[in-house]
Design a protein around this ligand. Structure first.
Ligand code: GCO
Ligand code: MG
Length: 401
């Protein structure tokens, strides 16, 4: 079998997605996700100009060799654009291999370690009351794990806090600038979780995402203040370039820590994992080297009792979600899977075998990863330039988030 053609399809069914379609001379094809939110076209150029010409004529069964060829062979290793391109190719190749083997992907990976995949979904509110109502409503739909966020009083809702802010990236051409205050945020979050525990009790898993906005000592304080409410995790407490920075947080709190949505390789989390500075590693197939990358990172994490928790927001396409859930179904050290849901147009463009059943996702038994792209639908939704927002402190200082 040989790779005959590789197409890159860019479309915006409510969000921008970059999809790789690898077609073989035997007619089998596979699809992969290569989306980097807000930087989509950089990946398209990388794929079209530098990757695809090198792969035509190669044997699609040699997934590991192609992965190494694109990683080591480029000389310029790692980085989000390179790794998203590798991820898109890798996910499509695993799809082809599983189809050739006539198996669902999880079977090829080693078979099912579980029947269904626990997910968490998001609730945000303009105030504590609104968040509590949202959590109660989601629990009624069968969710067993919920991420709760709240806007800072006196400031407009910003990305990842108030209601529906995950959509905001799509309506602006240039990045919106938002205002952040650590001073106002820190005492607010424990109050939210106190109210939540009073209302929903202790069975529900509760999570919180800080979006990289704190320093280690601030995160340590927050983790400690949240201990009475037994969070499932505190996510992205500080920017993670400084892996040893997490030692400081760890010394002060037993609140579990999760990290990794912007990581691309095992080297981004090597120290975090081997020093047991985190509890959940949140890498995802589209950004961390595809199925091959995830397997490598999760196997390494297993040695140190760190569990998997694939990133799964709306900008990780249903294809990457398909790859994630097959890995989730197999991975022995599974923790949880994020699932933000998708807009109707996104579902229409990516027919998928995975499905949500209450608080869980199931893979389905379709061969491959079970997700396809409908190119006719894709043609209806042209790319729209869109960016994530930018955060500034109240005095105008550019902020991490
Ligand atoms: C999450 C995230 C997302 C990211 C987004 C960036 O936990 O799901 O933090 O909301 O910000 O995926 O593109
Ligand atoms: Mg996050």
């Amino acid at each position: 079998m040989k790779i005959k053609e590789i197409r890159v399809i860019v479309a915006s069914p409510g969000r921008n997605f970059v999809t790789v379609k690898i077609i073989t001379d035997e007619g089998l094809y596979g699809v992969g996700d290569a989306t980097v939110n807000g930087r989509e076209k950089a990946v398209v150029a990388y794929l079209e100009d530098h990757v695809i010409p090198c792969l035509i004529g190669r044997d699609p069964m040699r997934i590991e060799d192609i992965w190494q060829y694109l990683y080591k062979g480029a000389y310029w290793r790692r980085g989000p654009i390179t790794m998203a391109a590798i991820s898109g190719i890798d996910i499509a190749l695993w799809d082809i291999k599983a189809k050739a083997a006539n198996m669902p992907l999880y079977q090829l990976l080693g078979g099912a370690s579980r029947d269904k995949i626990m997910i968490y979904q998001h609730v945000g509110g303009r105030d504590i009351e609104e968040t509590v109502e949202g959590v109660v409503a989601l629990r009624e739909k069968g969710l067993v794990a919920i991420r709760a966020q709240v806007s800072i009083p006196g400031l407009p809702p910003i990305y990842g806090t108030g209601p529906s802010t995950d959509q905001s990236a799509m309506v602006q051409t240039l990045p919106v600038e938002e205002v952040w205050s650590t001073h106002k945020y820190l005492p607010l979050v424990p109050k939210l979780f106190e109210r939540l525990r009073d209302t929903v009790g202790w069975d529900l898993h509760l999570l919180h995402d800080v979006h990289h906005r704190l320093t280690p000592i601030e995160a340590a304080r927050l983790g400690r203040d949240l201990e009475p409410y037994r969070l499932f995790w505190l996510e992205d407490a500080v920017p993670a370039e400084l892996q040893e920075g997490f030692r400081l947080i760890r010394q002060h709190t037993t609140t579990p820590l999760a990290l990794g949505e912007i990581f691309n390789t095992i080297y981004d989390c090597q120290q975090l994992i081997s020093e047991q500075l985190i509890d959940y590693i949140r890498v995802t197939s589209v950004h961390a080297g595809g199925v091959t990358g995830l397997r490598r990172i999760f196997d390494f994490a297993a040695i140190y009792h760190v569990r998997s928790a694939c990133h799964g927001p709306m900008d990780v396409s249903p294809i990457a979600m398909g790859a994630n859930v097959h890995v989730d179904r197999w991975v022995p050290n599974f923790g949880i899977q994020e699932f933000s849901g998708y807009l109707e147009a996104t579902h229409e463009m990516f027919p998928h075998a995975w499905e949500q059943q209450g608080g869980y996702l199931v893979t389905g038994e379709a061969i491959g990863h079970g997700v396809d792209i409908d190119e006719k639908v894709a043609a209806k939704y042209p790319y729209k330039q869109a960016y994530l927002p930018i955060a500034r402190a109240e005095d105008g200082t550019l902020w991490s988030w």
